[in-house]
Design a protein around this ligand. Structure first.
Ligand code: 5GP
Length: 211
């Protein structure tokens, strides 16, 4: 971890779709307002109820390609046939201004961010209890066709194989337990010695009231 206490922490959460990652991330954002969500750009069309700039910046393919050409993304990847990307400027701003940033991105993006921002990043992979349960959850969402669900289950098997690239694994067989584990990872990293060194120094020098 970085030894600069003023730096923002990057929390990367990945999982196959249907493992409950979005629910877990939303709860974390509700509990910790200082944790900002990294809104990705995507070429996929919005689903009902999604708003441009909230879940994603919905971006036409040509524009997305132009942004790639201008090197604006810290990472981008093809996921389920659409392009998704994270703005490099947003990541750098957050780190430099001490703002924690939550990423809901796939393993390809996780890998790329880890290689670029290793010292400021912690990563969590959410595991579904089983493939069968994952399929059931995808179906109960009622947002995707059978064909899309079948493809997502196939992709999920492949995605799960990347668990070993992550710092922490959380199985979502029980949402309360899974949430407890996820928030513990975040809290533990906020309290890492390297992030709290200035607090200790202030206590030692009697300047704690200035913090
Ligand atoms: P959905 O279209 O269902 O919202 O997301 C599909 C997948 O794309 C999810 O696994 C999500 O984590 C991933 N994803 C979302 N934004 C990004 C991004 O900026 N980069 C990468 N690599 N993956 C992303």
């Amino acid at each position: 971890m970085s030894s600069d206490p003023g730096r923002g922490l990057l929390l990367v959460v990945s999982s196959p779709s249907g493992a409950g990652k979005t629910t877990l991330c939303n709860r974390l954002r509700d509990e910790f307002p200082r944790l900002e969500f990294s809104v990705s750009h995507t070429t996929r069309p919005p689903r009902p109820g999604e708003t441009n700039g909230v879940e994603y910046y919905f971006t036409p393919k040509e524009e997305f390609q132009e942004m790639v050409a201008r090197d604006e993304f810290a990472e981008y990847a093809m996921v389920h046939g659409n392009m998704y990307g994270t703005l490099a400027s947003r990541v750098r701003d957050s780190i430099e201004n001490g703002r924690d940033l939550l990423f809901d991105i796939d393993y390809q993006g996780g890998r790329e961010l880890r290689s670029k921002f290793r010292d400021d990043l912690v990563s969590v992979f959410i595991l579904p209890p089983s493939i069968r349960e994952l399929e059931r959850r995808l179906r109960s969402r009622n947002t995707d066709s059978e064909e899309v669900i079948a493809r997502r289950v196939r992709v999920a098997r492949e995605e799960l194989k990347h668990y070993a690239e992550y710092d922490f694994l959380v199985m979502n067989d029980d949402i309360e337990r899974a949430y407890d584990a996820l928030r513990s990872v975040y809290l533990a990293h906020l309290h890492h010695r390297t992030r709290q060194a200035d607090l200790a120094e202030a206590v030692i020098s009697g300047q704690e009231s200035l913090l």
